[in-house]
Design a protein around this ligand. Structure first.
Ligand code: SF4
Length: 473
């Protein structure tokens, strides 16, 4: 079987992380912004940016530092020297194809008659063509290809007819179809908004006189802030010097949290809508042990998200847990993928096996997903080369069958191995002795409580309309 060695560890990407801070006593928030965003780096490594303003300064004065690269490369001491202020918005981004340009880095800053509007967006809007056309027909000229600019334009237009910026945001987001967790900054206010389905997380934190919006609670911990609450699906939250104010843009929509945030995207030390990501991964492992048991000597997880699921499998099955992989954490965006013949070894640069853990043993290997199959085949081969006598692969998600339209890069159907092959065929292609996926009917159990979630990339049951050129079932 010929396989395309075009991937290595980390086949799937979340597309963005957002962070915002407002200190109501006027203290500088740049360092809180920097460390908070740093804790969200896993959500996007291709570009990043920080925009800062002073709520007591001149309206419209925003200083920013943005660029292509990691936060440590872009937000250097030198580049941030002049950034000062008590209100800030930050963004990390992984770009979809065709969007990887400096013009598309966020936060975006828009100047209009009411002052400035600064926006950072996590998610993907489905009706952008229509919204863009509506604006272009009335003379708008776009400088980027990202949804954030379209959203910002619509907010700016609503602002001309509204009493306040929060009213404008509440009205503008009603036109959006799709996934958005937004953080916005006006001259005097910080605003967070989440789509009515609640696809991606957004929470509120507090540290002294500073209020914070963050994609993940882990970033609140990183800046020593306390968790206040999650922004509700369909909620617009405005923060000014008087505190937190809440408005609902939508009511009674079916909620559809991205289940893959729990399985893979979010950090294990994050809580998303009251559910611990770590506990949900442990639970996924336990369910796999119940539904796909096997006689084996050691359970190992593919880092990072496979580790907690492997521990869950070990706890449930009684098979010892082992740390079989050493991950090179320093392989970043600049890692150059080798040519075809060498691509298999690129996995080994990112991940190495400890033979002491697997030699002469029957191994259960837990991973979060199989996308194209290449990575799994390489890792199984590495385990066998290191002396494992059997490798039983267990996947803590159901098979990917459909693309994602909500801000993650699950590819189109024909690139997904499970779309073309049966589970037995995939087992043979990746060289495993057995293969078992988390079953669809147990997917919700990993959350431990009754929360609405999206499983469209496994089922094709999209909670919203999908683009006209989208992949049908
Ligand atoms: S389609 Fe999949 S990856 Fe996309 S939001 Fe739904 S669960 Fe998440």
């Amino acid at each position: 079987m010929i396989m395309n060695y075009e991937n290595s560890i980390g086949e799937l990407h979340e597309e963005c992380g957002v962070f915002g801070v407002y200190d109501t006593d006027g203290n500088d928030v740049v360092s809180t912004m920097y460390y908070g965003l740093f804790a969200l780096q896993h959500r996007g490594q291709e570009s990043c940016g920080i925009a800062v303003s002073d709520t007591n300064g001149p309206k419209g004065k925003i200083m920013s530092c943005k660029g292509m690269g990691l936060i440590s490369e872009i937000c250097t001491e030198e580049n941030m020297e002049n950034l000062k202020g008590n209100i800030a918005v930050g963004h990390v981004r992984y770009a979809r194809s065709g969007e990887n340009s400096i013009h598309n880095t966020q936060p975006l800053v828009l100047n209009y008659v009411k002052g400035t509007l600064c926006i950072a967006h996590n998610g993907s809007i489905i009706n952008t063509d229509k919204l863009r056309e509506e604006l272009e027909q009335t003379g708008a000229i776009f400088q980027t290809t990202v949804d954030a600019e379209i959203i910002a334009y619509h907010i700016a237009r609503e602002r001309l007819k509204s009493k306040s910026v929060e009213e404008a945001v509440t009205k503008a987001v009603q036109k959006l179809e799709g996934a958005y967790s937004l953080v916005l900054m006006s001259p005097r206010k910080l605003i967070g908004a989440r789509d009515p389905y609640g696809f991606h997380p957004l929470c509120i934190g507090k540290k002294g006189s500073s209020y914070i919006f963050s994609s993940e609670t882990a970033a609140l911990n990183a800046v020593d802030a306390e968790f206040v609450r999650d922004v509700l699906p369909g909620e617009v939250v405005m923060i000014n010097k008087d505190g937190i104010h809440s408005y609902m843009s939508h009511e009674n929509k079916k909620q559809a949290r991205c289940i893959f945030e729990y399985i893979y995207f979010a950090r294990p030390d994050t809580h998303f809508d009251g559910v611990s990501v770590y506990n949900s991964r442990i639970m996924a492992g336990r369910i796999l042990a119940q539904t796909h048991p096997v006689d084996a000597d050691v359970v190992v997880g593919v880092p990072d998200s496979g580790n907690a699921a492997a521990l869950g499998y070990a706890l449930e099955s009684g098979i010892p847990f082992g740390m079989a992989f050493v991950k090179n954490s320093y392989v970043g965006r600049t890692f150059i993928k080798p040519k075809q013949a060498l691509r298999a070894s690129s996995v080994r640069i990112k991940l190495n096996v400890l033979p002491e853990v697997v030699r002469g043993k029957r191994v259960v290997m837990i991973d979060d997903s199989i996308v194209r199959g290449t990575t799994s085949a390489n890792i199984v081969r590495m385990l066998k080369n290191a002396g494992a006598t059997e490798v039983h692969v267990r996947i803590s998600s159901p098979p990917f069958l459909y693309p994602c339209y909500y801000g993650t890069d699950v590819p189109t159907g024909d690139q997904l191995i499970a779309r073309k092959y049966t589970i037995d065929q995939i087992r043979d292609m990746i060289g495993a002795d057995s293969l078992g996926y988390l079953s669809l009917d147990r997917l919700g159990d990993m959350l431990g409580k009754d929360l609405g979630f999206c499983d469209a990339c496994f089922t094709g049951n999209y909670p919203t309309k999908i683009p006209d050129n989208g992949v049908n079932k």
